[in-house]
Design a protein around this ligand. Structure first.
Ligand SMILES: Nc1ncnc2c1ncn2[C@@H]1O[C@H](COP(=O)(O)OP(=O)(O)OP(=O)(O)O)[C@@H](O)[C@H]1O
Ligand SMILES: [Mg+2]
Length: 345
């Protein structure tokens, strides 16, 4: 659906040039809810804004599938090469949702949602039908004639989502869409995005610095640092086995052991076990102790649910010779448990 090739975005100013996106490649498939996570300043918003050309890339291609321009549907178009008229057509098919809602404060909920349709000169009756359908979808029928100042943050974001859906987009870009909301309102907005993704098969790219957002609705994730993607994949894989330090800081918070505590267990071997899906619900540890008669000490553990799959982690120490540890590791892997030896340095 979206293929980004060698994308670079440099902001030039008198005193400095900032490389916000650095030769980045990314592929998002149709139907994905693709999360991009990174610290502040990583370049997430710059990347997102390059996808609909709100920012003009300095270099690179933004290839989009299956877009309609002048009633012709194109397989693949590089939107960086389009004229401004054609780009306007493309933008109607890419919705965007902002952290601070960006609503028209002097217009009612109804008029905010109707705004893109009026711009596109849609007949009044069709606008009325569409807006009423969308009010129903986002559960704001009762607030139709309210002004944004009379709405809660969550309700404002529902208006933002309805407005974005009014032009029947194929792609929705969300820039920190829930960062200004409390946890339970965040959940309801994320559920709405998930519903939209499933019901209308809309591909969603969302950026966030909150791991919980990724865990709740994304199927894929990319971790961004200094304008580059340093790790990407299925959320379940990246979450349960992060490979870079930055991913670890997002995905592995619950199980980081302070070095001072690690020293306490030296010279025992410390293993981190990750259980996913079937292995999370089977009595693996019981089998292990029966088979090897090992004595182990559980240091810490946690369980999470990602994409409706359980993922558990457990850190244990063992006082065995290396051969036994190797056999144990082999056995655990055969039970689909990921095993990592934790170093003491
Ligand atoms: N319009 C601009 N002009 C100059 N520099 C900019 C501009 N927009 C962003 N930058 C710089 O580009 C870098 C990336 O910014 P960007 O807003 O893309 O990061 P981000 O990952 O979205 O951060 P945050 O999580 O804080 O929103 C930063 O160093 C920022 O200062
Ligand atoms: Mg940002």
């Amino acid at each position: 659906m979206i293929t980004i090739k060698n994308l670079t975005k440099i902001y030039n100013s008198k005193n400095s040039n900032v490389i916000a996106v650095d030769n980045l490649n990314l592929k998002v498939n149709e139907g994905d809810i693709y999360g991009i996570i990174g610290l502040s300043g990583a370049g997430k918003s710059s990347l997102l804004r390059c996808i609909n050309l709100l920012e003009k890339p300095t270099k690179g291609e933004v290839l989009l599938d299956n877009l309609t321009i002048n009633s012709t549907t194109h397989n693949i178009i590089d939107i960086t090469k389009l004229s401004s008229n054609k780009l306007r057509e493309v933008r109607k098919q890419i919705g965007i949702i902002f952290q601070h809602f960006n609503l028209l404060m002097n217009s009612t909920v109804y008029d905010n949602i109707a705004f893109p349709l009026k711009l596109n000169k849609v007949p009044k009756l069709s606008i009325d039908k569409k807006v009423n359908e969308l009010l129903e979808l986002v559960d704001l029928k009762e607030k139709k004639y309210f002004y944004p100042s009379q709405l809660s943050g969550g309700q404002k974001q529902r208006v933002g989502i309805a407005r974005c859906l009014s032009t029947n987009p194929k792609i929705i870009l969300c820039d920190e869409a829930t960062s200004a909301l409390d946890p339970s309102t965040t959940d309801s907005i994320l559920n709405l995005l998930k519903l939209i993704n499933k019901k209308f098969n809309i591909t969603i790219v969302l950026i966030t610095h909150e791991m919980d957002v990724i865990k709740k609705i994304c199927n894929k994730v990319a971790v961004m640092q200094d304008g580059k993607i340093v790790e990407e994949g299925l959320v379940l894989d990246v979450f349960s086995n992060p490979k870079t330090e930055i991913s670890n800081s997002f995905f592995d918070k619950n199980l980081s052991i302070p070095n001072s505590l690690k020293d306490k267990f030296y010279p025992n071997i410390m293993l981190k076990l990750t259980f996913k899906g079937i292995s999370a619900t089977s009595p693996v540890i019981h089998e292990l102790s029966k088979k090897f008669e090992v004595e182990f000490n559980i240091i810490c553990g946690c369980i999470d649910v990602i994409q409706e799959t359980q993922v558990g982690s457990l850190i244990i120490t063992l006082n065995n010779d290396l051969d036994t540890i190797n056999s144990i590791t082999k056995f655990l892997k055969s039970m689909q448990v990921e095993v990592e030896v934790i170093n003491f340095d």
